[in-house]
Design a protein around this ligand. Structure first.
Ligand SMILES: Cc1ncc(COP(=O)(O)O)c(C=O)c1O
Length: 406
């Protein structure tokens, strides 16, 4: 029988929370919950309480927790080579880049460590692309309500004042247009436009998909003005919508020039990527960009294993996600305060006309981890291994909480 090894530091929930409050920078409004281990779709607190994890580390833990194939890949690679820097080649960058090219249709990968870092590189790519044409070609079009990360470049294209206002002035030349507003999109483009950044399904903004018409117009305008179309697939991609990427959901796929991805890519290890076509990739010449940690053999090996597992799970993501959508809609019909159920695959949001934050806390007390974005949108990002059984379990809790709304 395999026994669970104890954590490196033995502590109660309260001791963990107290120490955090005393010494850790207080930039997160964390829930009063500490987690010490996980197995499959469940996580456990130090007191042994079990939670069904339907937020999966905000879309990171693609295969839940302690997936045997991921654990094995980590164990093997930890004993071989964890890091060697980009001064040298390693075994896994090439095969992973090749695999990413096959699934995305974009030829070249740059390896970073997080979503926001991938966005920084993609923005540099757009800027360098524009610069190679004319020094005034530096503008970026982005969408209102979008979220692209916390570093200054990514913040500059994030269309939500609450994230930006404390850090202004940010990058000049960013124009925001409302989601799916084709006229505003056309008005924002000019010869000065170097790139446009979109999330095919806005995540942090409340699970809002782009229409095909809007995406097609973005592609057309990017072509007309020789700008790069950048798809931020950090939350909505890498299997989550039931296809490899959200831009592949409607066929024929409208190809971006650049894709950024991160979150589930290495099943919990930090790894971000920029995947670019040859035209976009050519903008970054030797010496123009880099990363010490990016693309280390450890994360790349695990990502290769993760993509193999993910490929097997894509049909299940579509099936289980479809089922989840249907049962949430059934629940919605019974409660007038549910405005809409949105999303695709295992990226779903339920918009309420009442605040959702307390519901997240109440769900936690019932053993379910979910999240609320934009105050009123309950967000579900279950692991890709979730089945109808776990969905039923989650919906039972949600139904109970909805039943209490006055
Ligand atoms: C769409 C999108 N882009 C970028 C990011 C930033 O990623 P990271 O937190 O890994 O820097 C996020 C994170 O939530 C995201 O959802």
């Amino acid at each position: 029988m395999t026994s669970v090894p104890p954590p490196a530091v033995e502590s109660s929930s309260q001791a963990i929370i107290d120490l955090d409050r005393e010494y850790v920078l207080q930039n997160y409004a964390r829930y009063p919950l500490a987690l010490v281990r996980g197995k499959g779709c469940y996580v456990y607190d130090p007191e042994g309480r079990r939670y069904l994890d339907f937020i999966a580390g905000i879309g990171v833990n693609a295969f839940g927790h302690a997936h045997p194939r991921i654990v094995q890949a980590i164990r093997e690679q930890a004993g071989l080579l964890i890091h060697c820097s980009n001064l040298y080649h390693n075994h896994y960058q090439g095969p992973l880049a090749k695999r990413l090219a096959e699934i995305s249709g974009l030829k070249r990968t740059f390896f970073a460590n997080s979503g926001t870092e991938a966005m920084e590189g993609a923005l540099k790519m757009a800027r360098a692309h524009g610069h190679s044409i004319h020094p005034d070609k530096y503008e970026i079009v982005s969408l209102e309500n979008s979220f692209h990360g916390r570093t200054l470049g990514a913040l500059s294209v994030t269309g939500q004042p609450k994230y930006r206002s404390d850090f202004e002035p940010l990058l000049p030349g960013v124009k925001f247009v409302p989601l799916n507003d084709i006229a505003a999109l056309e008005a924002a483009f000019s010869e000065r436009t170097a790139g446009i950044v979109v999330e095919m399904i806005q995540g942090e903004g409340g699970i809002y998909p782009l229409t095909r018409e809007f995406t097609a117009k973005a592609r057309e305008l990017a072509d007309r003005y020789n700008a790069l179309l950048i798809a931020d697939e950090i939350q909505c991609g890498v299997g989550r919508p039931g296809t490899w990427f959200a831009y592949q959901r409607s066929q024929p796929a409208i190809q971006p020039d650049v894709v950024t991805a991160a979150k589930p890519l290495a099943a919990g290890l930090p790894l971000g990527v920029i995947i670019a076509n040859e035209k976009a990739a050519a903008a970054l010449q030797p010496g123009m960009h880099g990363s010490t940690f990016g693309g280390g053999p450890f994360a790349c090996r695990v990502a290769l294993e993760a993509l193999d597992i993910m490929e097997e799970l894509l049909p299940a993501i579509q099936r289980v996600g479809g089922y989840f959508h249907v049962v949430l809609n059934e629940l919605a019909r019974k409660h007038s305060f549910v405005k809409e159920v949105r999303g695709f695959g295992l990226m779903l949001g339920v918009e309420l006309t009442v605040p959702g934050k307390q519901m997240v806390v109440d769900a936690m007390a019932e053993g379910l981890l979910i999240n609320c974005t934009h105050d009123t949108v309950l967000r579900f990002l279950p692991p890709y291994i979730a089945t109808e059984k776990e969905v039923d379990q989650a919906v039972k809790v949600i139904a109970k909480l909805f039943g209490k709304v006055k």
